[in-house]
Design a protein around this ligand. Structure first.
Ligand code: BGC
Length: 864
């Protein structure tokens, strides 16, 4: 639809109808306006899969590798392909707007949603995010760049005021969003937090640079519940308040428009944007466009398997212990608490329900077949914290089927509705008029005798009985405003009771549906505490009896989830002790780490190999087997630096002081902070090994940049190993003597190449003009400092064998500036010989073939 047609639709709409459209109709839907030919738009989380409109474990979704894993593949094509898969899922579930990707940064490894963000580097985040957006939107589904901006930690996320300097904001935190707009994103989500005093749903940043300078023509949707004032947010460039109905817009906004407190033109602009979005996703006027699935049904699980392997990072491979030759194996030990129960995704609004999960144990068994014996030992005693009850130990008392009977009761306790459910965690019960209580009932078959911990999760009046005896009873007042705590993962209240192994006991959890207590009710349990020593001894014995040993360790639901930050980077539950005990018996031990973000690995030099598998999605186990037995290379490179010790991490804290979280490190984030502090991490940003080795032979850069300031770099690498392989060639820039503050060096682009044993490959990387520019705070524009920049090429931020110089001439056109709208910058009138720098020069291209004269450089410049 043209802008004129959209204007005509807006003009034909009454005031009340317009304002009504600007608040959600329900948790996930917008309002329809049939008179304008507009149907409701359906939104859904999130980055790892498409949950759909309901939060119900019976409605399954494909589960992709989490964003850290996706970024670790350093592969934009793969990211776009997975975006296409998300679009296919969204279309299948009737979803128009996918609430992803998350473009916040790994500012600190303690960030609770680290797993949901791509990288510590703004350019890598921008590239992967833009690729996902292109993939999603090519399928006719809107992507949502979130959370705009500086929502990089969870502590007090609804109120925290992030204080960040203008240069860091532009160059680091806004940069991925700018790239998203350039990739054509249709929706941007304003964050809960404040930035430099203004809450993001009312922030001036929504107008400038987002809608003005960058030209974003889509919809700014609020994070769920983030619109908390009427006039301030409506005057700002916030367009749509979610969820609904209710909230602070509605009638209050109508009054504000009538009294002139909010301009009519502001409302019209919001409505026009919403209609444009509806038109883009096929929800306006004509029926939805016929959409052809990008990924054929049959190939979907194969794609997830390939993606999980592509993102797995081999950070250590002493003595080339990997890959294992399956022909030489008779017995394999698969040890660790995550071997049979992997975490395939992080917690919070991103969670979806898989139809099936392949654990590492299952994947290895499937790959080796019956000729090889696979031993399994968890190595640590069962979890002591209550976890939602699962079907394997519970059955529905009415039907006898594995699972739970969930009922809605009226105020007198009469059953209004009952249904069979598959989990003890009921995030969203059926909606039934007159319901006063949710009840979860099951027959629990304890596997061990002793003191069980039984728990009920949820706010309001709760109770739990076991075999008719009361275990928990009370009213638990809501003590948070955070929607994730209220609706998705409310806290547990627990009690203890003795149960006998095999003796089925009826457990009944109830929660009263008091107003404002959220929707989730959870029935959880933990078995009696068991002795550590036995579990450890079993693991060591299994390791000794095997020809090859894999230990799978990882984080828990409690340590990596939305709504709170981590306090420790250590692996919980004595897993370090487990790895050490197994490695003590078997120095050829291979460890697979199953965490969304960095954990400390104090034993890393005592084991033969370490694989970082992240949260790999539902095909986890097949991907692990493919890597272990050499069917594929571990394709990943770290998107974030991993520390030796937690105390070494240069930017760590997430706790605001006096309501403010100060980004005092400025531009020096991630590996840049490590370089500046001269502390050696365990593994640098960019690090990752394949199954062959590479020599960096030659680096060619042009003598000087010209035109838009982008330039082409060629790097020749030789495969010096005995297998074909893929190398991710990375470029970094540095400026030795500079008039402006700079990171020690910064990532500027990459390209992946393949070569046969002994063969060479040339990586061609187009470095964007933006990579050389800095944001001038005094002038309010992008600037380039003339003179020599050093280009480094290599394998990680800390391993850069080659370097050469490229010069920005003093009178280069690119040394001019882009004026910030409203500010009288020097570029307001471009001087002779200078051209303005367009705002949209961000995305680097890797396909260009410049005609610049290339200059060779094989001299080695040492890494950090
Ligand atoms: C999260 C968003 C999410 C929204 C809807 C919020 O709590 O911060 O990322 O899209 O909920 O589930």
């Amino acid at each position: 639809m043209t802008d004129e047609e959209l204007d005509a639709l807006v003009a034909a709409m009454g005031q009340a109808a317009k304002v009504r459209l600007l608040t959600g109709a329900s948790g996930w839907r917008t309002h329809a306006e049939p008179a304008a030919g507009l149907r409701a738009l359906v939104t859904s989380d999130g980055p790892v899969g498409v949950r759909g409109e309901s939060w119900d474990e019976r409605e399954t979704s494909l589960v992709l590798p989490s964003p850290t894993a996706l970024a670790a593949a350093w592969d934009e094509e793969l990211a776009a392909e997975l975006g296409g898969l998300l679009a296919a899922e969204a279309r299948h579930k009737g979803v128009d707007v996918l609430l992803a990707p998350t473009l916040n940064l790994h500012r600190t490894p303690l960030g609770g949603r680290h797993f949901e963000c791509y990288s510590e580097d703004p350019l890598l985040t921008a590239r992967i995010g833009a690729a996902v957006i292109r993939g999603v939107q090519a399928g006719g589904v809107a992507a949502t760049a979130k959370h705009f901006v500086a929502n990089d930690a969870e502590t007090d996320r609804l109120t925290v005021d992030v204080r960040v300097g203008e240069r860091a904001l532009r160059e680091v935190y806004l940069a991925p969003f700018e790239a998203a707009v350039e990739a054509g994103v249709w929706v941007v989500m304003s964050a809960y937090n404040r930035v430099n005093g203004a809450t993001m749903s009312a922030s001036p940043l929504l107008a400038e640079p987002l809608k003005g300078e960058w030209g974003f023509d889509g919809v700014v949707v609020s994070d769920w519940g983030a619109v908390r004032t009427t006039v301030e947010t409506a005057r700002a460039a916030q367009d749509l308040a979610m969820p609904g109905p209710g909230g602070v817009w509605g009638d209050a906004l109508l009054t504000a428009v009538r009294t002139g407190a909010v301009a009519q033109s502001a409302v019209d602009d919001k409505v026009r944007r919403l209609l444009r979005l509806a038109d883009r996703v096929g929800a306006l006027g004509s029926p939805a466009p016929v959409w052809r699935p990008v990924v054929p049904e049959a190939g979907r699980r194969a794609l997830l398997r390939r993606a999980a392997a592509a993102g797995t990072v081999l950070v250590r491979n002493a003595g080339q212990v990997l890959p294992l030759d399956p022909r030489g194996l008779r017995t394999v030990a698969v040890i660790g608490p995550r071997a049979a129960g992997p975490r395939i995704q992080g917690g919070g609004s991103a969670e979806v329900f898989p139809a099936s999960v392949v654990s590492p144990l299952e994947g290895i068994r499937a790959a080796l077949g019956s000729a090889v014996r696979v031993l399994h030992a968890p190595g640590v005693p069962p979890e002591r914290r209550p976890a939602p009850l699962t079907r394997d130990v519970s059955r529905d008392p009415e039907t006898g089927e594995p699972g739970f009977l969930v009922s809605l009761l009226d105020a007198q306790g009469a059953v209004l509705h009952s249904e069979h459910r598959l989990s003890g965690r009921i995030v969203e019960p059926a909606r039934v008029d007159g319901a006063a209580t949710v009840e979860i009932r099951t027959l629990l078959r304890p596997g061990t005798t002793g003191e069980w911990t039984l728990a009920v999760g949820g706010f309001g009046p709760v109770s739990l009985t076991a075999g008719g005896r009361t275990v928990v009873e009370g009213v638990f007042a809501r003590d948070t405003d955070d929607p994730t705590h209220i609706h998705v993962s409310p806290p547990y209240r627990s009690g203890r009771i003795a149960l006998a192994a095999g003796a089925e006991t009826e457990i009944v959890a109830r929660r009263g549906l008091a107003p404002d207590t959220g929707i989730a009710t959870i029935l959880a349990a933990a078995p009696p505490p068991a002795a550590r020593a036995g579990a450890l001894a079993d693991a060591v014995a299994a390791a000794r009896a095997a020809d090859a040993v894999l230990v799978v360790v990882g984080t828990t639901e409690e340590t990596e989830s939305e709504g709170s930050d981590r306090v420790s980077l250590a692996l919980p539950d004595g897993q370090d002790e487990l790895v050490r005990a197994v490695a003590g018996a078997r120095p050829d031990t291979v460890v697979l780490v199953n965490s969304g973000g960095p954990v400390t690995l104090p034993w890393r030099d005592e084991v033969a190999a370490v694989l970082i598998g992240w949260f790999p999605g539902q095909e986890a186990g097949h991907a692990v087997a493919d890597i272990l037995f050499g069917r594929t290379e571990p394709g990943g490179r770290l998107p974030t630096t991993w520390p030796v010790r937690q105390d070494d991490v240069p930017v760590l804290g997430t706790t605001p002081r006096d309501g403010a979280l100060r980004y005092t490190e400025g531009l020096h984030t991630g590996y840049r902070a490590w370089l500046r502090g001269r502390v050696e991490p365990a593994y640098w940003f960019g690090h990752g090994l394949g199954y062959t080795s590479w020599e960096y032979e030659r680096l060619d850069v042009p003598e000087a940049v010209s035109g838009d300031g982008s330039f082409e770099v060629r790097v020749r690498v030789r495969n010096t190993g005995d297998r074909e392989g893929r190398e991710v060639v990375q470029l970094y820039l540095a400026r030795e003597a500079s008039a402006v503050e700079r990171p020690v060096r910064w990532f500027a682009g990459h390209a992946a190449v393949r070569a046969r044993p002994g063969g060479t490959a040339e990586a061609i990387v187009r470095v964007s003009g933006r990579a050389l520019r800095h944001w001038s705070v005094t002038e309010g524009c992008w600037r380039v400092e003339p003179g020599a920049f050093t280009v480094y090429a290599g394998r990680s931020a800390g391993d850069l064998p080659l370097g050469a110089e490229v010069t920005v001439p003093v009178a280069a056109p690119m040394a001019s500036a882009l004026r910030r709208p409203g500010s009288p910058g020097p570029a307001a009138a471009a001087r002779p010989g200078q051209a303005r720098i367009r705002a949209s020069d961000h995305s680097p291209r890797t396909d260009g073939r410049g005609s610049d004269r290339l200059r060779g450089g094989t001299g080695r410049l040492s890494g950090a």
